[in-house]
Write a protein that binds this ligand. Structure first.
Ligand code: ZN
Length: 296
């Protein structure tokens, strides 16, 4: 969103600076984080132009992690990934009420989830902007993955479930994508959105050092209120919100690492336990939230 542009959610041009956040992962550059005065939506101001954003992604990291099983970290990574694949599969079955069907995974990355769902009998298409990740998914798994420009080729009302696992916050034109999701979903289809939560206990704890700000790759910082309002604008209703209870440990450990603290993993786990206990009955304070949305 450019300085004078209107709020993605409510259209207001009245916003103020919350703080400045640093890109610890790639560039070391800082970006202002602003908040809409009218609706409370938080966004990264002055992000790079879309044509320049690829240099802020370290794509080789994703692929190099994928298959080697050498160190303890690699093994933990594999266990965590397989656990998450099973969780995501179960969630799709639960929310769609179907054992198989058509699924579109937007931001499919290296294709592990799309492949897992294919092997469970789903007819899956991935959408991925990175050409190397697309090629990897196609050659490794033989699945169908298209670039974002080919979304228009997906037939109206043909998809049972659309998934965006930590993707919406990266998209330069979320309005376009929500219109496309509405178009391609069946009337009783479901969309699953996983997002970091700017109103989480850990976001409050770490402030501008919260790792899930992840500027400038994250352009939008949703809370359950602003996400609910955003999907409503596009003719959807949020039927359920689920918390992702493990993200807080990972995000806290990275936040401490960025801060330059010693023993970031241990401190991250300790802070994760402390904040989880403190917000035990406040589901909407989890580090990341999963939203299930349906057409209104
Ligand atoms: Zn607003």
């Amino acid at each position: 969103m450019a300085e004078k542009e209107s709020c993605l959610i409510c259209g207001s041009t009245d916003h103020y600076g919350l703080f400045t956040a640093r890109d610890h992962l790639v560039s070391g550059e800082s970006f202002p984080i602003k908040k809409c005065n009218a609706c409370g939506f938080v966004f990264t101001a002055e992000p790079p132009d879309e044509k320049d954003i690829t240099k802020y992604y370290t794509s080789e990291d994703y692929i190099s992690h994928s298959d080697k099983k050498q160190s303890l970290t690699d093994h933990i990574y594999h266990l965590a990934r397989n656990f998450m694949l099973r969780k995501k599969h179960n969630l799709v079955l639960e929310v769609s009420g179907r054992k198989t069907g058509t699924l579109l995974d937007i931001g499919s990355g290296t294709g592990y989830f799309a492949d897992f769902m294919s092997r469970k009998g789903w007819s899956v298409t991935g959408v991925e902007i990175s050409e190397s990740a697309r090629q990897y998914s196609i050659s490794r798994f033989g699945i169908t993955v298209v670039p974002p420009s080919e979304i228009s080729g997906i037939k109206d009302g043909s998809i049972d479930c659309v998934t965006l696992w930590h993707v919406l916050e990266h998209l330069y034109d979320p309005d376009f994508w929500m219109r496309e999701i509405k178009r391609i979903l069946k009337d009783d289809g479901k969309c699953i959105l996983a997002l970091p939560n700017i109103k989480s206990a850990d976001a409050e704890w770490f402030g501008n050092e919260w790792a899930a700000l992840d500027v400038p790759r994250h352009l939008w910082h949703f809370s359950h209120e602003t996400l609910t309002r955003f999907v409503h604008k596009h003719g959807f209703i949020c039927t359920e919100i689920k918390s992702m209870p493990l993200d807080i440990y990972y995000i806290s450990a990275i936040s401490y690492k960025y801060r330059g603290c010693r023993l970031p993993l241990l401190r991250g786990i300790a802070t994760g336990v402390f904040l989880t206990v403190r917000t035990l009955f406040c589901k909407n304070r989890a580090s990341s939230l999963i939203y299930i949305i349906s057409k209104r």
